[in-house]
Design a protein. Structure first.
Length: 490
């Protein structure tokens, strides 16, 4: 079983620079023992114009059986003979994917200390896999790789060239070509999609496979048109794990969206009113309203749930009243951007002790989120499918149970005030719903009743007498918080 990765270059940018990225020198063949065989890396060609790295995997079928990882798996019938005589040593599968992650782990992470400028540079790449099981045929291979920027050639392999009437096998000879991808992106694509096409894994799939999938799929899987098929097959069709992964991927899309289009429409409305001053973006007005609600609650320890790129966390840090601000998001990419926005690496020790960024899914209870004074869900709920809202409701209002919860969401009635928004369209392509004021109030009232909160409503932005404000905000408070406020006022 083998795979080759080739690139081209010139004297200025020699193709052999790929050796720095792979952390394998072209003049030194590399071997690494694995639990099921041995992986070798060698370079059939390596000069300034063209460089090819080959990963050769020698699979020991007997070792697979003895370790209990080959029996009945890998698409082979569960018979004594099939444990030893099967396609695992000859066809790309999860075995090859694991070997990629072991021998090219730094390259997959995009790490290169010797040449730190190289990992972010796209390369002219050509990947060849001579024998790839493709359950779904060449058409599925194209559907998986083409949306990622690859030019795909998937030639079916005949069952027997001497007997063409027998037709094609389930294997293809795969060639992928691209000049827009980095090597790290290419390796992550292969790591996920090789076992997806084989539709089998040589090891038991446990819950940590969800984290592996999300790490390797970061930046491309959340928006892939075959996301559900990829997720299901990668996780060996285990529905509980697939559902967990899909929910987290949905929240990744949420974290990577912004409100720039909404802000532009809001500015256009302000300009139409004849206001000569520079209009205030709707996102800024939302943050101002949220900060005012938090200040009125007396909260000092605050959660920003679905914090995205950290705009609200940054605003809250400007107020010394908040002793602890925690941003939570499922996307490591969003949290990385938030960390850079906040300048955590340059922040003084005292200021840094006030802020924390956590990765987590809002669809699951998380003991780290308990005990806080307040939580904010700003422009979050409308990105979830309605059947998944109850899980978020329980995780926030039932399990974490902060004394105050602030929720903002678009008011769909206000959409008619934006001439640039076509009738019947949501403000953002990822919005699964947008509620009227009545619908939002009905949902909020039910949540408050179920979990022992009182709820009030605040308009955000210009409150139109006919259609209301562009953003609607609900402020939930527990009876304890209400009693404290009344006592303080007295």
């Amino acid at each position: 079983m083998f795979l080759t990765i080739s690139t081209t270059g010139d004297k200025t940018n020699p193709a052999t620079d790929m050796g720095f990225l792979l952390h394998k020198h072209p003049d030194s063949p590399f071997s690494a023992p694995l639990s099921y065989g041995t992986a070798h890396v060698l370079y059939p060609e390596a000069d300034a114009e063209r460089c090819t790295a080959a990963l050769l995997l020698e699979v020991d079928a007997v070792a697979l059986v003895r370790r209990g990882k080959g029996k009945g798996r890998g698409g082979a019938p569960d018979t004594a003979l099939a444990q030893y005589v099967n396609d695992r040593p000859y066809a790309a599968s999860s075995l090859l994917a694991v070997a990629l992650s072991r021998v090219f782990s730094s390259a997959m992470r995009g790490v290169c200390k010797a040449r730190p400028e190289l990992p972010g540079q796209p390369l002219p790449l050509r990947v060849e896999v001579p024998a790839l099981p493709a359950r779904g045929g060449p058409a599925l291979v194209g559907r998986l790789f083409e949306p990622l920027g690859w030019t795909v050639t998937a030639d079916p392999v005949a069952l027997d060239t001497e007997f063409p009437d027998w037709g094609d096998s389930r294997y293809v000879r795969l060639v992928l070509e691209s000049d827009t991808l980095t090597l790290a992106q290419a390796l992550r694509h292969l790591y996920v999609l090789l076992p997806v096409l084989d539709d089998a894994k040589h090891y038991w799939v446990s819950s940590d496979e969800v984290d592996k999938l999300l790490r390797a799929g970061e930046g491309w899987l959340p928006g892939h048109p075959e996301q559900q098929l990829i997720t299901s097959r990668y996780l060996a069709r285990r529905w509980s794990l697939t559902r967990q992964a899909l929910e987290r991927l949905e929240l990744v899309r949420l974290a990577e969206t912004d409100d720039s289009d909404v802000e532009e429409m809001d500015n256009a409305v302000a300009a139409d009113t004849g206001d000569e001053e520079k209009p205030t973006p709707l996102a800024v007005r939302r943050r101002e309203a949220i900060v005012a609600a938090l200040a009125a609650s007396g909260a000092t320890r605050v959660l920003d749930l679905g914090c995205g790129q950290g705009q609200l966390v940054q605003e809250l840090l400007r107020h010394p009243a908040y002793s602890e601000i925690v941003g939570v998001d499922v996307s490591m990419r969003a949290l990385t951007i938030a960390s850079r926005r906040l300048g955590l690496d340059r922040m003084g020790e005292r200021q840094a002790s006030r802020v924390k960024l956590l990765q987590g899914s809002l669809s699951y209870t998380d003991k780290r989120l308990k005990g806080y004074d307040a939580a904010v869900l700003s422009e979050v709920i409308e990105h979830l499918d309605l059947p998944r809202l109850p899980a978020l409701e329980y995780a926030v209002f039932g399990a974490a149970r902060p004394r105050t919860v602030v929720v903002t969401t678009p008011n769909v009635e206000y959409n008619v005030r934006w001439e640039s928004l076509p009738a019947g369209h949501a403000r953002h392509g990822d919005h699964r719903f947008e509620w009227t004021r009545e619908e939002f109030r009905a949902w909020a009232a039910k949540v408050a009743e179920r979990h022992g909160y009182d709820v009030g409503f605040v308009p955000v932005g210009p409150d139109d007498p006919e259609v209301g404000p562009p953003t609607q905000m609900a402020v939930f408070v527990t009876g304890e918080t209400k009693d404290r406020k009344e006592a303080k006022a007295a």
